[in-house]
Structures are given as structure tokens and as C-alpha cells.
Design a protein around this ligand. Structure first.
Ligand SMILES: *Cc1c(COP(=O)(O)O)cnc(C)c1O
Length: 411
């Protein structure tokens, strides 16, 4: 999208506002499917938690994608967006057996990552096939917060516990229809991914009724100039040939599945904020925007980098700024950034704001969550209204201390 188109959206819809470019989402989807064109059955299940707006889900539906969900509410959102139950996979962690049963009842694919739950589910519902989430114990990337394959991770069933899985399957007569892994975001190295896939193939051989193998996600996208990104084309070539060889050996053409979030939506997103004030201190110049970690928490939560561009004055002379929010807490978006000269009232654009940005937004400081706009077919479409004060009051119950009665504020 062009900077003047973004600026026009900030003027028309107000700020702060999230903007997503449908064309970018589509091109990422096609890039991924194209990289795996040599696989007979490929299924991309978009990870809803990255960006869960219904219109985004419908866009993925129109592209032929399925969805990966981590809560019963995400399953329900998917159904509302028009996905068929069989296009939805439920991959929760740490949820109750009841929630898994609820999802199974809706007819979605079930992915279980816990031996205790597997045994209980298999005993009660031996006729419902399930996929199992394996932990191959492969470290992806260097950050322990986003590497879920290591030995003490809470995700997946350890490959060292395969004998136990097999015993549960034998005892309950349940069917295992898929093998899954998700080693966490930020796979830097294709070799690491391929190494984990070998482990998955070895595991898969022990299950005779598989329909699919799900390689999860963790594809890295560039957040700033010089960042390494996963070479999807190279991965596609190498993994496809390994997968096809495996299918031959297994004696069945299985489906190769992926469930990317970040790769599909991160770069499509821009978050537009307005500069409320410039503040000079003895050591720095702050640009204070009409947002904070209530709207975009990644920089403070994970130390993530989001490029920041002044779209009101793109040709201005570059100066150094520390971009902060309006929350009554430290909420630094970017420290000591070189940005085209900022004046109060200018609109700053945060890049890579598609994944884990709006979906992690909150009402902290009793602020409204931003509006969302989808740029589609050369036009801006409002896909979520900005919240109003009524949303802040909604569900709150007021006690009248004089009459000692309760009153719902919004009916
Ligand atoms: C979050 C998640 C994904 C998506 O990860 P990205 O890094 O956004 O691609 C995929 N699968 C599961 C099970 C997840 O929890």
C-alpha cells in the first residue's frame, strides 16, 4: 500500500487504526502454496490467533485455506466465517477435556498434546480420530520464550513418550489420523526444520492410519532491513521431496499441512497512530502517540522491532526520536529511531502490524481498542469499528450502595 493511501485512511477513519492489505495476504498465501506445488495434497491452515477478524478469516476461506484454532471461541469464529468443520483444526494447549469434547462435537479436527487428555478422550470417544502433537525437542531460534520444542516446554507430547502413546492407542482402540509439530515462532534455519521433520517422519511410521502430517509453523518474516527471513522456496523444495519419499514408503499419499500465522499476515498490517506531543528532555526527543501497549504490546512484551515511518512527512529530514505511547506506564515502541522530522499531529505508521497486534490489544487505561480497516480491491473497508464508551461499560454490574441492589450498566 502507498503511504498516501494509508494517510487518507487515518484521516477518514481516525486514529489509532489498524490497516491490512488483502493483496499482501493473498500473495503470501500463494507464495507458500507455490513453494509446495510438488506435493499432491497440501493444506494451509491459517493460525487464527495471529489476527482473528471475521473478514480476514473470510478472505482466507476464499483463498482455499483452512484454519488452525487454539480455543473453542476461535473454532466458533471460524464457523461464523463460513469454514466447514473439517477445514478447522483445534490445537489447544492446557484446555479441559470438556472443551476438546465440545470442539469434537462440532466436527472439527482434534489435535491433542497431552497424554492424560489423550487417554481420557480415547476412552470416551474411541471412534473420533485425533491428531497428536509431538514435541521433537528441537530448538528453533535462540529465544526461549518463542521456542516451544525444547525439553521443558509445556507444548506437545515428548517423542520419548511414543511408547506410552502407542499403548493408549492400543488400549482404547482410538485412531490417530495425524501427527503434528509446532516448534515455535522464528525458525532461522531450514536445516533445523528439516531435522525436526525427520523426527516427525520416524514417528509417523509407527501409526498406520494417518491422513496428514502437520509441520506447524514458525516461519520468520523480516521486521527490519537486513533481517533474515525463512527461505520458503528452498524449504518447499527440500521438504516436498522428503515428504514425497516418505509417502511412497508409507504407502499412501498423505496431506502435508502447515499452520502459519505470522508469515501470512504480519507484513500486510500497518498500525497508524497520531503524534499527540513532542517532548524534549535533557537526553532525548520523545514523540508521544495516541496509543500504547494496550494496542500494540509486542515491543514491550517480546522486545520486538517494528519499523516506524512518518507518513505525514515522508521526505522530511531524518532525526532521532524515541517513540512512546500515552499509557501511564513505560510503553516505548522504539528507542532512538531515525525518523523523518515529526511535527505534532503527524501520523506515524508501525510496520508488520498484521500478526499478534490487534489480537493482543486490551482496554488498559480504559481506552478503546482501535478500528480495523481492510484495503481490498483498491478501497478501504471498515472491518471493525472503534470501540465506544458503551463497550467499556458493557458487562459491568454496578452496585447501588444505598439500596444494596445491583444494576447492569448496559442492557
Ligand atoms: C501460534 C501458532 C501457530 C502460528 O505461529 P506463527 O509463528 O504465527 O506462524 C501455529 N500453530 C500453533 C499450534 C500455534 O499455537
Amino acid at each position: 500500500m502507498l503511504e498516501n493511501q494509508l494517510l487518507k485512511i487515518a484521516q477518514d477513519f481516525g486514529s489509532p487504526v489498524y490497516v491490512y492489505d488483502a493483496e499482501k495476504i493473498e500473495s503470501q498465501y500463494k507464495r507458500l502454496t507455490n513453494a509446495f506445488k510438488n506435493v499432491k495434497h497440501l493444506k494451509i491452515n491459517y493460525a487464527v490467533k495471529a489476527l482473528s477478524n471475521i473478514s480476514i478469516l473470510k478472505l482466507f476461506n476464499s483463498l482455499g485455506s483452512g484454519i488452525d484454532t487454539v480455543s473453542i471461541q476461535e473454532v466458533q469464529l471460524g464457523l461464523v466465517a463460513g469454514f466447514l468443520p473439517e477445514q478447522i483444526i483445534f490445537t489447544p494447549n492446557g484446555v479441559s477435556l470438556t472443551e476438546i469434547e465440545e470442539a469434537a462435537k462440532l466436527g472439527v479436527k482434534i489435535n491433542i498434546d497431552n497424554l492424560s487428555i489423550l487417554e481420557q478422550f480415547g476412552t470416551k470417544h474411541p471412534k473420533t480420530p485425533v491428531c497428536i502433537r509431538i514435541n521433537p525437542h528441537v530448538m528453533a531460534g535462540g529465544n526461549a520464550n518463542i521456542s516451544v520444542g525444547h525439553i521443558d516446554s509445556k507444548f506437545g507430547i515428548s517423542i520419548h513418550q511414543i511408547p506410552h502413546i502407542l499403548r493408549i492407542v492400543e488400549n482404547t482402540k482410538m485412531t490417530i489420523n495425524g501427527i503434528h509439530m509446532h516448534t515455535g515462532s522464528d525458525i532461522l534455519d531450514i536445516e533445523v526444520f528439516l531435522y525436526a521433520s525427520e523426527i516427525l517422519f520416524e514417528t509417523a511410521k509407527q501409526f498406520k492410519n494417518l491422513d496428514f502430517i502437520d509441520f506447524g509453523s514458525g516461519f520468520k518474516v523480516p521486521y527490519k532491513q537486513g533481517d533474515i527471513e525463512t527461505n520458503i522456496e528452498e524449504l518447499g523444495e527440500k521438504l516436498s521431496s522428503k515428504f514425497n519419499a516418505f509417502c511412497k514408503e508409507y504407502g499412501k499419499d498423505l496431506t502435508l499441512a502447515f499452520e502459519p500465522g505470522k508469515f501470512l499476515v504480519s507484513e500486510s498490517g500497518s498500525f497508524l497512530t497520531k503524534v499527540n506531543a513532542i517532548k524534549q528532555t535533557t537526553s532525548t526527543v520523545f514523540a508521544q502517540v495516541d496509543s500504547g501497549f494496550n494496542h500494540l504490546i509486542r515491543p514491550m512484551f517480546y522486545g520486538s522491532h517494528h519499523d516506524i515511518v512518518n507518513i505525514s512527512n515522508p521526505k522530511g529530514r531524518e532525526r532521532f526520536y524515541t517513540v512512546v505511547g500515552y499509557i501511564c506506564e513505560t510503553d516505548t515502541f522504539g528507542n532512538n529511531r531515525r525518523i523523518a522530522e515529526i511535527n505534532e499531529g503527524d501520523v506515524l505508521c508501525f510496520k508488520n502490524a498484521g500478526a499478534y497486534c490487534f489480537s493482543m490489544a486490551s482496554n488498559y487505561n480504559s481506552r478503546f481498542r482501535p478500528a480495523e480497516v481492510l484495503w481490498y480491491n483498491n478501497r478501504a473497508h471498515l472491518i471493525r469499528k472503534r470501540e465506544t464508551f458503551e463497550d467499556i461499560l458493557n458487562n459491568q454490574v454496578e452496585i447501588d450502595f444505598a439500596s444494596k441492589k445491583e444494576k447492569q450498566l448496559v442492557k
